[in-house]
Design a protein around this ligand. Structure first.
Ligand SMILES: [Zn+2]
Length: 434
């Protein structure tokens, strides 16, 4: 399927002209409580399977339920209008002065991969919560309503595909398809079944059509070292690198181990592809059958992804690896099934939203680009979207080694809040001129 094609359905109609806005008074005086944010990031990290120093909170597991319940309690305490949709995504909407305008959203995810850390995803959701708490405390009123979102199954670690719920929201998939997503542990569990077990199949809105937002802003740890190298705590994200996921299943004959030589050529070909094309590649899964140490594996599934900054480069990598797979299968006398499961061409976020983040960063930030997909790379297909990056030590994520300092977490939340206030002002002016 081809995902992520931009369709310009947006409330923010009309040409976007770069204007010399300074932040509104509310934005320039806005502060956030960095201690509270830091404490909550650490407090919620306890909802994890055993994972020394890290967080293992797979989508729709018991720990995911606990952190979701916590998030629900926090937003209800703040007076949010709370809803859960059929794919488990939590929305909390807070009134603005004009509730006829679709809310400005701040969202990210509370699920992690199996070897996750404390910051990937959690900083985005808890940072958004901190912004909302601080707005309430400081009596900062927005014109548009504000919506906090905890998107379900961003990681795709337990159920593939990733971005499970934001895909549905953006109209690229359906609730039925998301519910049918199978668990990657080969136990035959489904996302729908597991969400039902933790009580998170709700009757809230599933799609943009049912519940439009005006814009989407997301804090995320950088997952790269541009900010660290520049000595900057935050960044505005201009766009993303393209990526393509493949699954290939080779079918051969069963046999006894040791009685024939075997080779694993594809893995080395995937690696060399990155060097040949100036991109990146990762083999993310190897599943072979039949189980047992004395068998030649007659069915082997290889899951891998290709990344490239340029659209053409990504397509060339895809064409080349398909040729190499065909050649390997031919040489070894194997049949194969090849499926391109996700294809995200590189792209840019919306300048009108990115500029709000840029202004909010001021001289504390630089421009950066994300190497991977986020819920924001899905919302950007339908509404103005931008991301705030927070400096990540050594650019490491999906690891217990993830680290973003307390000060940098706080700075990123401050940028998020200021960017949203700035966007709210732009939106108000646009509405007035309609
Ligand atoms: Zn993430």
């Amino acid at each position: 399927m081809t995902l992520f094609r931009r369709t310009a359905i947006s409330l923010a109609r009309g040409p976007y002209a770069r204007r010399s806005y300074t932040n509104a008074v509310a934005a320039s005086n806005f502060t956030i409580n960095g201690d509270r944010l830091w404490n909550d990031i650490h407090e919620t990290a306890k909802w994890s399977a055993p994972s020394p120093g890290g967080v293992t909170r797979l989508c729709a597991d018991e720990n995911d339920k606990m952190v979701r319940d916590w998030f629900r309690d926090q937003v209800l305490a703040l007076g949010g209008n709370y809803k859960v949709n059929a794919t488990g995504t939590q929305f909390a909407t807070f009134d603005g002065a004009d509730n006829s305008i679709p809310p400005i959203a701040m969202g990210s995810h509370l699920d992690t991969v199996a070897t996750g850390g404390m910051f990937d995803g959690a900083l985005g959701v808890i940072g958004a919560l901190e912004v909302m708490r601080s707005m309430k405390e400081q009596n900062v009123k927005t014109n548009a309503p504000i919506c906090l979102i905890n998107w379900t199954n961003e990681e795709g670690a337990r159920f593939f595909p990733l971005l499970g719920s934001s895909l549905v929201y953006a109209g690229k998939s359906t609730v039925e398809e998301a519910h049918a997503s199978l668990s990657t542990d080969n136990r035959g569990l489904t996302l729908g079944g597991e969400l039902a077990k933790i009580g998170y199949v709700g009757d809230g809105p599933n799609t943009f059509e049912e519940f439009p937002i005006s814009a989407h802003f997301e804090i995320h740890v950088e997952q790269h070292t541009d900010l660290e190298k520049a000595g900057k705590p935050v960044g505005w994200v201009t766009g993303w690198n393209g990526m393509t996921w493949y699954e290939v299943i080779f079918h051969g004959d069963d046999g006894h181990a040791n009685t024939k030589s075997m080779w694993a050529k594809l893995i080395s070909e995937i690696e060399s592809l990155a060097y040949d094309f100036g991109g990146d590649t990762t083999t993310t899964g190897l599943h072979s059958h039949p189980f047992g140490s004395c068998n030649i594996q007659s069915r082997t599934k290889v899951v891998f992804c290709l990344m490239h900054a340029e659209k053409e480069g990504l397509e060339n990598m895809g064409d080349e690896i398909e040729k190499r797979i065909k050649s390997i299968a031919g040489q070894r006398g194997l049949d194969y099934d090849l499926e391109r499961t996700i294809h995200l061409p590189p792209g840019d976020f919306w300048p009108e939203a990115v500029d709000c983040v840029k202004r909010a960063c001021g001289d504390k930030g630089i421009a950066s680009k994300t190497r991977t997909g986020h819920d924001s790379t899905m919302t950007t297909t339908i509404v103005p979207t931008a991301m705030v990056f927070a400096r990540a030590k050594d650019g490491i994520s999906h690891s217990a080694k993830e680290w973003t300092s307390k000060e940098d977490c706080a700075e990123s939340a401050l940028v998020l809040g200021k960017a949203v206030l700035d966007y709210d002002m732009i939106l108000k002016q646009k509405m007035a001129s309609l």
